[in-house]
Design a protein around this ligand. Structure first.
Ligand SMILES: NC(=O)c1ccc[n+]([C@@H]2O[C@H](COP(=O)([O-])OP(=O)(O)OC[C@H]3O[C@@H](n4cnc5c(N)ncnc54)[C@H](OP(=O)(O)O)[C@@H]3O)[C@@H](O)[C@H]2O)c1
Length: 278
């Protein structure tokens, strides 16, 4: 029997790549997307696709029920992937801006996980894969909302892993560094929507942020294609002993190592430099 997987955020980037690749490998993929036009494209490309907006509980519930109907209540895996970065200095983040960042990146993911977990417990197996980030364990300037959302995902995942011990349900975190995708283009849109740059103390520095977000091609060295993440997703799906964490890209390995050996002060110097240089 084909293994079933529900994936969020399949309109572009990592979700798009993983959905197509797993479909080709014989998985029964539910490639979901926030916008109907993306669903239509995915359907036209031969994938089974549904609308799922992580910021909308009704949409999450409806997509989950549709999947359950089509699989007779079975689901092997969930790939929590759909998210975006809201750039901006921490002092420029309104309560509303922080809330909307968490609605998609954290609350939507956990709501969906909490729908699939009873299914996985009933069937006695399952995999949840969380697409976190290197920014889920180190911070960079002007990424506070996104950093906080990924740290929250790391905290929830670490706790859930302890609570799932012995259940034959595995939760894995993937921690990519820079990956070629629509991520920066979508971040630029979010910045325009939620940050009042002209009123900010950091007005001048936002020019640099915008330059990085609009830069064509890779913004930083060591950027990898989404296939680098796919490789870890496949391991998390198919290994009999999936890892709690998968590092992807040189910056993730580097900062993972440096965080273990350096003091916060020294690490801050490197992160401030890395975060401002691009
Ligand atoms: N690219 C990187 O450098 C990088 C590094 C580390 C981690 N990540 C993580 O990788 C994941 C995928 O990002 P990506 O790099 O592939 O960027 P991307 O190309 O921008 O893809 C993000 C996907 O998330 C979707 N999304 C946004 N808001 C959503 C919502 N409310 N409900 C459902 N889907 C929503 C987007 O849909 P729309 O097209 O409709 O907006 C898009 O399909 C994210 O979790 C991101 O944090 C990326």
């Amino acid at each position: 029997m084909k293994k079933t997987i529900l994936i969020t955020g399949c309109s572009s980037g990592i979700g798009y790549c993983v959905a197509h690749a797993l479909h080709k490998q014989g998985y029964h993929v539910f490639a979901t997307a926030r916008r109907q036009e993306s669903v239509d494209t995915l359907l036209a490309e031969g994938l089974e696709s549904l609308r799922l907006d992580l910021a909308d509980s009704d949409s999450i519930q409806q997509a989950f029920e549709a999947v359950m109907q089509r699989t007779n209540g079975e689901l092997y895996a969930l790939f929590n992937n759909g998210a975006y970065g809201l750039p901006g200095a921490v002092e420029d983040l309104s309560r509303e801006a922080l809330r909307i960042q968490f609605e998609t990146n954290v609350f939507g993911w956990q709501e969906l996980s909490n729908l699939v977990l009873p299914v996985m417990r009933r069937q006695g197996y399952g995999r949840i894969i969380q697409n976190s980030s290197v920014l889920g364990f180190v911070s960079m300037p002007f990424r506070g909302a996104y950093n906080a959302s990924k740290y929250a995902i790391e905290g929830l995942s670490d706790t859930l892993r302890l609570e799932l011990k012995g259940s034959n349900i595995y939760i894995s975190l993937i921690e990519p560094g820079p990956i070629a995708s629509q991520f920066r283009a979508n971040s630029a849109k979010a910045l325009g929507q939620y940050i009042d740059v002209d009123k900010s103390f950091h007005r001048e520095r936002y020019l640099g942020v915008l330059k990085r977000l609009h830069k064509p091609g890779p913004a930083v060295p060591f950027t990898l294609p989404p296939e680098a993440v796919l490789k870890r997703v496949i391991h998390a799906l198919e290994s009999s002993n999936p890892k709690p964490r998968y590092y992807v890209t040189v910056p993730t390995y580097l900062f993972g190592f440096l965080k273990r050996i350096l003091s916060t002060r020294i690490l801050d110097m490197l992160l401030a430099k890395a975060g401002n240089s691009n």
